[in-house]
Design a protein around this ligand. Structure first.
Ligand code: XMP
Ligand code: MG
Length: 178
């Protein structure tokens, strides 16, 4: 594995995103809708950089089975458990790749008539975009490659790494175990 973004660099991006979001929402109440599981660490850090009054809600959707390629299907594993009608909602996502997950999730949430609906992603991976979804707030833009760490997993592992690493598909860590 190769280190792509060190802990300090990630923290700088998170701080900057928090400042932007704080400026945009100011004293408006904001629901941070955390997309589990990958966004958990990002959301934990991001919410502490936001000065607007926030509440935290969680949803779990899955577009990836095991491995590193998109299935193109979205499964609502933990549905939304609050009423977002008339509220300001910011989706907190770890990574946008094909854009399929966010496109479907955005449409689903929009249907529930929030007052506003935006999306913040830590990582925007551009190369394999299949639908025209763009986040309102983007931390890091990258072209290609499967990454792990800082909440991102490979077969549920490595979420606890402090930095973000590029996974070499020809030399997978702990081969045979994962
Ligand atoms: P789509 O393709 O729907 O994918 O935009 C978004 C979801 O796919 C997962 N994903 C990754 N997970 N490393 C990961 O650990 C990656 O490089 C990666 N690329 C996509 C992720 O769960 C995201 O929510
Ligand atoms: Mg994942």
């Amino acid at each position: 594995m190769k280190l792509l973004y060190a802990q300090e660099e990630i923290a700088r991006h998170v701080k900057e995103l928090g400042a932007q979001i704080s400026r945009d929402y100011q004293d408006q109440e904001l629901i941070l809708l955390v997309v589990l599981k990958g966004s958990m660490l990002f959301a934990a850090d991001l919410c502490r950089e936001i000065t607007a009054p926030v509440t935290l809600e969680f949803i779990r959707v899955s577009s990836y089975g095991s491995g590193t390629t998109s299935s193109g299907e979205i499964d609502f594993k933990v549905p939304l458990q609050c009423d977002i009608a008339g509220k300001h909602v910011l989706i907190v996502e770890d990574i946008i790749d094909t854009g399929l997950t966010l496109k479907v999730l955005h449409a689903y949430l929009r249907n529930q008539q929030p007052q506003s609906l935006k999306c913040c992603t830590l990582i925007d991976k551009k190369k394999y975009r299949q639908v025209d979804f763009e986040a309102d707030y983007v931390g890091i833009t990258m072209e290609d490659g499967f990454i792990i760490g800082y909440g991102l997993d490979y077969n549920e592992r490595f979420r606890n790494l402090a930095g973000i690493y590029l996974l070499d598909p020809t030399n997978l860590p702990f081969q045979g175990e994962a």
